[in-house]
Write a protein that binds this ligand. Structure first.
Ligand SMILES: [Zn+2]
Length: 389
């Protein structure tokens, strides 16, 4: 988060500048505890306590009892109608939507399945309708919405705004998704990769909190990754960094939909897992493989650990290049916990240089399925602040 240093001068101008920082932080993030405000602004807890008392006395904020990370906490929220934001995160087979005033203040969330290989018009139309319904259910209309952040499970070219590879998301060829959704909603829309949003969510309030160098890995029907460098999400020169699913792990491997051979996705994407289990258990869907593995089915457990080993090979490369502190793992496969993570850890230990392997920790994501929409709401808040000042 960017914070502006206090203006030089008298005690009162310093106090005013600090107060503005607190208001701006609450405006960007939605309701926060005093400890979180101190963390976000870099001001001391004692200073925050005084400023919040003043703001409360002036009727600028409200204090409400809440529960944070299982503990009772007092949330400080800006009064006067915080702007309404939405996060829309497309997965390979679903859409998740959240509406709120910031990443820590979700008013409503919803998930809808999407047919495989749907086209962009269909997907965007569903997202717009779902958003409309979620708003209506909570007494709002599209007119109340000030900013939307849209995530796609594909490389997004930050220069052209188009989906960066027509082969990775068929049916979205050359689509300018942000512009189309913006036209449908009459609200500003920013676009990024869904995994980048998840990395931002985990950075803000989850398993990547305080991490300088790390990654978020989403393992569902395909593989997505958000890279964290210097404490922020790294997007590369054109916004497409983190496409770990198309890392080659075997040059003679099966042909991937991207046209190359032996991409990680061809070993750990849901088609590979489904066809691995099909001869013994029939064509069962991914969620059933995960569920049977959790219940101890040996065949499904083997499919998950094999996927973990392949992931470990790719991650060893990432660990050698990036020397990350933490890799957070989310998505459907992550529900199998250490069954998957231990196999990934073995792969990293085998393939990465020992010092880099020893310094990285693989953990499950802390926000579960909310990581993406919370990161999207954070980005929406940032984009709105940048626009309206
Ligand atoms: Zn590929």
């Amino acid at each position: 988060m960017n914070t502006v240093g206090p203006a030089p001068g008298s005690q009162s101008s310093l106090r005013r500048a600090n107060r503005e920082r607190v208001v701006e932080t609450l405006s960007t993030n939605g309701p926060l505890t005093q400890v979180e405000i101190a963390g976000a602004t870099g001001l001391s807890p004692a200073t925050i306590s005084n400023l919040v008392r003043d703001l409360d006395g002036d009727g600028a904020v409200s204090l409400t009892n809440s529960v944070r990370n299982g503990r009772r906490a007092v949330l400080v929220s800006l009064l006067g109608g915080a702007p309404l934001l939405a996060g829309v995160a497309f997965g390979d087979r679903d859409i998740r939507i959240a509406v709120g005033t910031g990443p820590n203040d979700l008013i409503a969330r919803h998930r809808m399945p999407l047919p495989q290989d749907h086209n962009a018009d269909e997907g965007l139309d569903r997202a717009a309708r779902l958003l409309h319904e979620v708003l209506a259910d909570n007494g709002h209309t599209l007119a109340d919405l000030e900013q939307v952040a849209l995530g796609l499970p594909a490389p997004v070219d930050s220069v052209s705004g188009a989906v960066g590879s027509e082969l990775i998301m068929p049916g979205w060829r050359g689509v300018h998704a942000a512009a189309e959704l913006q036209a449908a909603l009459a609200t500003p829309v920013i676009l990024d990769n869904t995994a980048n949003f998840a990395a931002e969510g985990e950075l803000l309030a989850g398993a990547l909190g305080g991490v300088e160098t790390g990654a978020y890995l989403k393992l569902s029907h395909g593989v997505g990754a958000g890279l964290v460098i210097g404490g922020t999400v790294f997007r590369g020169s054109a916004g497409t960094a983190g496409e770990i699913g198309h890392l080659t792990i075997d040059e003679a491997g099966p042909v991937c939909r991207c046209g190359n051979r032996g991409c990680l996705n061809t070993y750990v994407g849901s088609p590979a897992l489904i066809s691995a289990i099909a001869p013994s258990q029939g064509p069962i869907p991914l969620r059933e493989i995960v569920s049977r593995a959790q219940q101890g089915d040996p065949g499904c457990r083997r499919v998950i650990t094999d996927a973990g080993r392949h992931l470990g090979v790719a991650l060893a490369g990432l660990v050698n290049l990036l020397n990350p502190e933490v890799i957070a793992v989310g998505g459907q496969l992550a529900r199998t916990g250490d069954l998957l993570l231990d196999a990934m850890r073995e792969g990293v230990e085998r393939g990465a240089i020992p010092s880099a392997a020893a310094s990285v920790t693989l953990v499950p994501g802390a926000l579960g399925d909310d990581a993406e929409v919370r990161g999207a709401l954070l980005r929406a808040a940032g984009a709105r602040s940048a626009r309206v000042g």
